[in-house]
Ligand binder design. Structure first.
Ligand SMILES: Nc1ncnc2c1ncn2[C@@H]1O[C@H](COP(=O)(O)OP(=O)(O)O)[C@@H](O)[C@H]1O
Ligand SMILES: [Mg+2]
Length: 387
């Protein structure tokens, strides 16, 4: 029998593997709901680590530190999909951990992930496992150029991706990923010519209850998400189709928690799966201000097997814009004064110590009567934000 909040005689402690912004925003909701939070991360004073006395800065690779973290936690979840499934197995012997190690095994490796989705009847780009340089040449010959090579594991914000435009570029990509000290196995996928990138958040608890958020449009620059428009400006039948695919993806991996499903809308108005994140997702940050239950509250409800909250929007439209680093140095911005004068915009700063070019330091969410209005408001606030 799974423990639930009402069965526990002491406050429930939610353990989170990872202490970044996703853990921080989850912790905010956890405290509001009367829970305690334990954070394990490599290094002190992470965005979520500073919020709690239950901070374990030795990280999960230190088995004694992991043990102390497990002891302190009643239920464990994660904000980082790159944790070794063997470590999750160790945790799962002692505590409830969601998403399960099994789900994580299906998701962590982008090749296994795509095979699983394809096997469940979900539309994907053409893709193949790459073990030799010749496999890349063969993929280009079969599916044409450009195509995308991706590292099977540890890719995020586009860092593991390379678009290959012609056969002569294969050598360079092979060297970049495969000939260093730490070779990173690849998959190849056909390049999808999309009109929009879409994303849907899905929460699912152990009982299989599901809450599906509206489909949003995500706008990437240089493979990193910069803007989210909610709801996506697409026709209703495409909204429904994106939600249907997203739910099928979560069911295909037996997911418990919240999941962000990224998709492409093609020129032919077809929706094709890109990837799934087994955790709160950048495309769902708007849910804090714009939905009845945020993705962060619903991940807590899902992993503690509580009833899920409504994923409906409580405003007509919202726009989220990431605050990406524009310099190096201290993570504290120079001024937010002018930005704070814009109405109906919420500022989120993650409290990262250092800023780097392109690093996600925070975000702004504007609400409005229309997506255009929310976008204009968020853009105005961004222009007034000074690094
Ligand atoms: N097959 C593809 N065709 C076209 N663009 C792609 C493809 N795969 C990825 N991209 C672009 O790269 C971005 C990042 O790729 P993704 O696989 O989502 O990696 P990450 O894990 O870094 O988010 C996508 O949001 C999209 O803009
Ligand atoms: Mg992605």
């Amino acid at each position: 029998m799974l423990p639930s909040l009402t069965q526990l005689t002491k406050p429930l402690t939610l353990g989170i593997l990872g202490g970044g912004q996703l853990a921080k925003m989850t912790a905010h909701e956890a405290y509001r709901m009367g829970l305690r939070v334990a954070i394990i991360e490599h290094g002190e004073d992470s965005p979520a680590g500073v919020m709690t006395k239950l901070e374990f800065p030795g990280g999960w690779k230190d088995s004694a530190e992991l043990e102390r973290f497990i002891q302190a936690s009643d239920i464990i979840t994660l904000e980082n999909e790159f944790i070794d499934p063997e470590i999750l197995d160790v945790i799962a012997e002692r505590r409830l951990v969601f998403p399960s190690p099994q789900t994580m095994r299906l998701v962590q490796d982008k090749y296994t992930q795509k095979l699983t989705m394809k096997g469940a009847g979900i539309p994907t780009p053409e893709f193949a496992e790459i073990t030799t340089k010749e496999d890349l040449v063969a993929f280009g010959q079969k599916h044409g150029y450009p195509f995308v090579a991706k590292t099977r594991k540890f890719g995020y914000d586009g860092y593991g991706n390379a678009t290959i435009k012609r056969e002569t570029e294969i050598d360079m990509v092979w060297r970049r990923f495969m000939e260093g000290e730490d070779p990173r196995p690849l998959l190849a996928e056909s390049f999808v010519t999309f009109t929009k990138e879409l994303a849907v958040m899905v929460a699912r608890n152990k009982r299989g209850e599901i809450a599906v958020y509206p489909c949003v449009q995500t706008i990437q620059q240089g493979h990193i998400c910069v803007t989210v428009l909610a709801p996506a400006p697409i026709e209703d039948h495409l909204q429904r189709r994106a939600q249907e695919i997203a739910v099928a993806c979560v069911e295909a991996i037996g997911g418990v928690g919240v999941f962000g499903i990224e998709m492409f809308l093609t020129l032919a108005d077809e929706i094709v799966f890109n990837e799934i994140a087994p955790r709160p997702h950048n495309s769902g940050h708007y849910t804090i201000e714009a939905c009845h239950t945020s993705q962060f509250e619903n991940v807590i409800r899902a992993v503690t097997n509580m009833p899920l909250g409504s994923a409906k929007m409580r405003v007509p439209a919202a726009c989220m814009i990431n605050l990406l680093g524009e310099r190096t140095g201290s993570g504290v911005p120079d001024s937010v004064i002018e930005m704070l004068k814009v109405d109906d915009v919420a500022l989120h700063l993650y409290g990262k110590k250092d800023v780097r070019m392109g690093r996600k330091m925070g975000h702004l969410t504007a609400t409005g009567a229309t997506v255009d209005e929310a976008f204009a408001r968020a853009s105005e606030a961004l222009n007034r934000f000074v690094w």
